[in-house]
Design a protein around this ligand. Sequence first.
Ligand code: BGC
Ligand code: NOJ
Length: 833
Amino acid sequence: MKYGYFDDQAREYVIARPDTPLPWINYLGCEDYFGLISNTAGGYSFFRDARLRRITRYRYNNVPFDVGGRYIYIRDNTLTPGPSPIGRGRGEGFWSPSWQPTQCSLEDYTCRHGLGYTTIGSTYAGIRAETRYFVPLGQNLEIWQLTITNQRLTPADLSIFSSIEFCLWDGLDDQTNFQRNFSIGQVEIEDEVIYHKSEYRERRNHFAYFACSEPLAGYDTQRDTFLGPYRGWDRPAAVERGQSFNSEAHGWAVMGSHHVKIVLAAGESREIRFVLGYHENPQEDKFAPPNSQTINKHTVKPIIAKYLNKSNTDAAFAGLRKYWDSLLSAYQVQSPDEHTNRMVNIWNAYQCMATFNMSRSASFYESGIGRGLGFRDSNQDLLGFVQMVPERARQRMLELAATMLPSGGAYHQYQPLTKRGNNDVGSNFNDDPHWMIIAVSAYIKETGDWDVLNERVPYDNAPGSETSLYEHLERAIQYTLDRLGPHGLPLIGRADWNDCLNLNCFSDTPGQSFQTTTNKEGNVAESVFIAGLFVHACREMAKVATRYQRLGDAGQRNQIANRFTLLADQMTQTIYAHGWDGEWFVRAYDDFGHKVGSKDCEEGQIFIEPQGYCVIAGIGLENGYAQKALDSVNKHLATRHGILLQQPAFSQYYLYLGEISSYPPGYKENASIFCHNNPWVMAAETIVGNGDRALDYYLRINPSAREEISDLHRTEPYVYSQMIAGRDAPTHGEAKNSWLTGTAAWNYVAITQYILGIRPTFDGLMVAPVIPLRWKGFKATRKLQGVTYHIEVIRQGPGNTVSLSIDGQPIAGNVVPRPTGGEKSVRLTAVLC
Ligand code: BGC
Ligand code: NOJ
């Protein structure tokens, strides 16, 4: 069953009924000011850091799931609301055009989630109301553009109420420290603008404001006055009685609500704009007059005035649309499959930008108060957005590199505001540093910016410790060489990609961290996955070294490159000797030196990670192991909802395996379909030449292809979720944790670079599609380093052999070198046979 449909032309997903299985959300903002917004206008906003600069309040784990947000109420002043308190009031005389929180029976409810904006509208009692929410580029504010149309034959006398609840800035403190919080709330109301200034009197120089384009009939800033005692957002006393209380908050819960009265003639339409924003004043100029406690508003007033104005607002919206058009134009495809097209052209790329912006901090499954930016997560996210915002990718990479340690290791996480490594979590996730190599190499392939390797970057952000970025990468390789275990495989440390495979933490105490309570020496447990990743990283380093001029002349460069190649070859042999189980790659060795992910195990015999990643690294191609491993994946792990992380699921908690066995079978790392590494197998299938299997796997987890089963899948059909419940779970096929997951980047890489096969390399653009037999071909455009490649792929035979021609002139190989004559546009034809 579906709850809406894709409008590919408009680049929107249209939700046609409000009671989706879970809140289906979108993000507003793409630079510093961000908001989350659900299909019923739930959600919150923050400036840069969802924990430390939370602008509006949101309660996770609420009932219903999603209450609190950017709510508008419309009251028909000619209808009398039913007598309160019990059982009446809602829907009688007032309603919310976004359905929540009043939940009236609306006509024509639609929520259009677009790129950086959301429009929610409906009709009730002959009044059409539609609100477009967005954040203008370059601004720290959001605009709500509400259009109200009287579709009746008679005039309508209406009251409009806006509402938001302010957060006392620190998202965690706000939910816990009530003895203080109930006394600190402060506001100012001036020129009909509501200013939230809690803590401004002391150490903050920022405040929030909420403005409205119309003259006000009243306002409220004290939540409990607006709502009335024992009432929720569904039945505010102010709305019910049809008049704000003009409450001024002193402590308790600070909110913002405007009350606007309008009379609309039959057929008349009116637009009302609300602006909610964040503003910082210079520390020395916080107050005006200077010796007062009144916010200096000189700097903010022009901004408010500008965005309350309709034509400025419309222009800002047009600018936002253009911005997204331009980002998405980096890669566009027309293939025979609509799910591929809309994910590649719109939604998957869009989700990659969300993971860039948010990392894993703020979604409806990540509270925004928990984690910093993950080192491995951010490096992998880069693979999905580098083609859209290369400059910002560069900056992110340098920030990440500065949280590496002199050992070549890295802090597992760092804080977005301070950019410092997070001491609570520390280091020793032994896969981490290699992702830096994968990211830097992807960045150089995309941009040709070899200079980035010369950048001086510190370790642990310590001034004086700077070396070149290149040296950081060398140290990343050395980190593993310094940490090899009994079989010559990399030691796993706290965990590798699989955060829950905790082989050095025998945790028997509730509440302990599985990752950071390391109580084993750590000199025994090894990871075959890291071995595969290490081989991949060494092969990339070899390619970098041969081309990086600063390393010396060609002979010297080759010598350095040969060392990396040798390391890759040696590790490959180690994997063949100790990491091969006969039918598939072993996953790891535990602290006792026993295999994990082997036919010798009772549970957890085969894991997905080393099968996909070893093949990506080129391991097992020369001896048939790659094909065998992938056939084993197909046989043991593939389900119709995607590929399971491992099998058989762990039926009980194993002290020596850690968090992975803490989950009930079929969920999360314990044998769910962990969507992040499904694409490793898709990519691997293309490497062994099996385009049919690759696309088949791709479509099993492609959210658009699962739209028809939305009642089972439950999360948004336009973005990937972290996991889909596995075969062992009672809810097999149900997705969880949408939006912020490495799934976005890796699926984007698998489809665009491996299946469609259009991949930047150090020497130019590779065109090497490995598509299903039934596909007759496809067309694509790819922008790379200022050149637009118009690519047509034509299938003439059943194979994957590519014959490339430029403007009809055949060229050798499958890589198109950068045009030397300054051409901005190149026509490529790739014939497959
Ligand atoms: C989750 C993992 C996550 C880890 C670290 C675990 O509970 O299952 O997916 O990576 O926590 O935050
Ligand atoms: C989510 C984490 O963010 C990511 O770093 C990790 O690789 C996966 N979980 C798998 O455990």
